[in-house]
Design a protein around this ligand. Structure first.
Ligand SMILES: Cc1cc2nc3c(=O)[nH]c(=O)nc-3n(C[C@H](O)[C@H](O)[C@H](O)COP(=O)(O)OP(=O)(O)OC[C@H]3O[C@@H](n4cnc5c(N)ncnc54)[C@H](O)[C@@H]3O)c2cc1C
Length: 479
């Protein structure tokens, strides 16, 4: 099997072995009989396409099932359980921590055909099956004057099931919250094939499922809260000689009462990568760049908030450019949206870290990570949702020239910086395979024990997405 420390790309994941023989045939044949041939993929060429997510190549699945209903999911779980074969849930496989990549021979349950979506405007709710593409929820809600705020940059491809699996966030989450904040109810299939409907009350079991990366149950339906979009938005870009000044501006603006709807940060290396790609006229010599939106129902208040942020940026030594009109605002945000393709031009692969640190620690954290990157000889850029202290240091590499071990070692050092400054390993991408080795550094043994107990309580055989979250292959004792 591919070394799990290897990985990491949004373009071409590192290769692992092909697998699946007799067991595959027997299980696939049984599932084909139960569900019909349209819903089961068993040829090697088909199965090969389901062994990776955006950063991790895993093991070729024994077979792939494309359920169309909760009843289909129940049938797969029961058949896999009877055969002693683990199950890996999969949405669009855009995950950045290895969550949807099978790490052992497994049945992959791909939710892409479960796409029913209903809007109940009176209740301000969307009812979505897990395969619904994130953007479709807002598109369907728009004619009713409603919106679904969680906005991962991948929203054109990611699914609601995957967003729930990772508790996805995005630029708007500082003000509007992450996926889990919009969940009113969930339906999920447990490791025995039992179907549960959960609301957000006693024990909040739905909250436990959200962000559990398919390791506790398979989500088959979600009731999501919708809200009304803010009619007014104002945009500005600020740039600073030093990262510390940008962080200071953010902290003082927030302390003064500003709650921007978007508050994004890029370091100089990231800005230059975008500038090389798009020639937008971004300030190449700036040590840090902020992109800020303020929004709301009352234009005067929105502009006052924008002015407050602007004053904080100027006071911290920054220079500010206001966007005049929607087109200029869109042009500024194009810079942020272009991070992924811009970085893809530098190296074919990248490891996207996702640490969260206290905002006050950001200047030091960014500097320490920069120094680690320089010392490693690898290419590193930093950007993120600075309002939440959520930083995405990206290690860019070419596997033909730079070793996966060196990348993993640098990622580990970055994780340790976050932990030392009172931060956490993941803000929105999850732990998956990528950060599970770091869990022992981040989580004390007693708490790790509690996580293990939760996993055992809901999945005693370790059949659901083994090899994820818990360190050192814990939870892989399926069968
Ligand atoms: C260019 C790019 C930009 C991105 N930007 C962001 C961003 O701004 N914010 C952010 O949060 N993420 C971002 N991501 C990461 C990724 O898009 C999100 O994690 C997203 O939520 C994954 O959705 P998916 O449908 O691709 O899920 P997958 O990758 O297929 O699966 C993710 C996890 O969820 C589990 N899962 C899938 N479906 C179910 C289900 N029905 N029940 C239970 N578990 C399930 C899987 O087993 C896996 O563990 C980005 C990724 C890329 C490539």
């Amino acid at each position: 099997m591919m070394p799990e420390k290897q990985a990491l790309t949004t373009t071409s994941p590192v290769r692992g072995p092909v697998s699946g023989g007799h067991a595959s045939n027997a299980l696939a044949a049984g599932l084909t009989r139960a569900l019909g041939p349209r819903k089961v993929l068993s040829s090697v060429s088909e199965r090969l396409n389901y062994r990776y997510d955006a950063i991790q190549f895993g093991v070729t699945p024994l077979c792939v099932v494309l359920p169309e209903s909760t009843a289909d999911v129940v049938a797969v779980v029961r058949a896999a359980r009877a055969a002693g074969v683990p199950i890996v849930g999969r949405g669009a496989a855009s995950g950045l921590s290895g969550g949807a990549a099978p790490m052992v021979e497994a049945v992959v349950v791909s939710f892409t055909r479960m796409t029913r979506l209903e809007i109940d405007a009176a209740r301000r709710e969307a009812r979505a099956q897990p395969g619904v593409i994130t953007l479709k929820v807002s598109e369907a809600a728009r004619p009713f004057g409603l919106v679904y705020p969680p906005d991962p940059a991948s929203f054109r491809t990611s699914t609601i099931g995957g967003n729930l699996g990772e508790n996805a966030g995005g630029p708007m989450c500082f003000k509007y919250g992450v996926t889990g904040d919009y969940v009113k109810a969930l339906e999920f299939v447990d490791a025995d094939g039992g179907v549960h409907t959960l609301t957000r009350d006693a024990y909040d079991l739905a909250g436990l499922l959200i962000g559990s990366e398919g390791t506790l149950g398979l989500i088959t339906d979600a009731t999501l809260r919708l809200s009304t979009p803010a009619p007014y938005t104002r945009t500005l870009m600020a740039h600073f000689p030093e990262v510390g000044q940008a962080a200071e501006a953010v902290s003082s603006a927030i302390a003064a009462g500003a709650v921007p709807s978007k508050l994004e940060f890029m370091d100089q290396a990231c800005t230059n990568a975008i500038e090389d790609y798009l020639h937008l006229g971004l300030p190449r010599d700036a040590g840090a760049l902020l992109l800020v939106d303020t929004d709301g129902d009352d234009l005067e208040t929105v502009e006052e908030e924008r002015d407050l942020v602007e004053r904080a940026c100027l006071a911290a030594g920054g220079q500010v450019r206001r966007a005049h009109g929607d087109a200029e605002a869109a042009a500024l945000w194009q810079a942020r949206r272009s991070v992924s393709p811009a970085l893809g031009r530098i190296r074919p692969q990248r490891m996207n870290e996702d640490i969260v640190v206290p905002r006050s620690a950001l200047p030091e954290v960014v500097r320490e990570i920069r120094a680690l990157g320089d010392a490693s000889g690898l290419t590193l850029v930093q950007f993120g949702h600075i309002g939440d202290g959520n930083l995405h240091p990206n290690i860019l590499f070419d596997p033909r020239r730079e070793s996966a071990e060196a990348v993993h070692e640098l990622a580990h050092k970055i994780a340790l910086v976050a932990i030392r400054h009172g931060g956490v390993l993941s803000g929105e991408h999850g732990i998956g395979t990528m950060k599970r080795d770091f869990m022992r550094d981040a989580v004390d043994p007693v708490t790790l024990g509690a996580l293990r107990d939760v996993k055992r309580a809901l999945d005693p055989a370790g059949a659901l997405n083994p090899g994820k979250i818990l360190p050192d292959g814990e939870g892989m004792e399926h069968g």
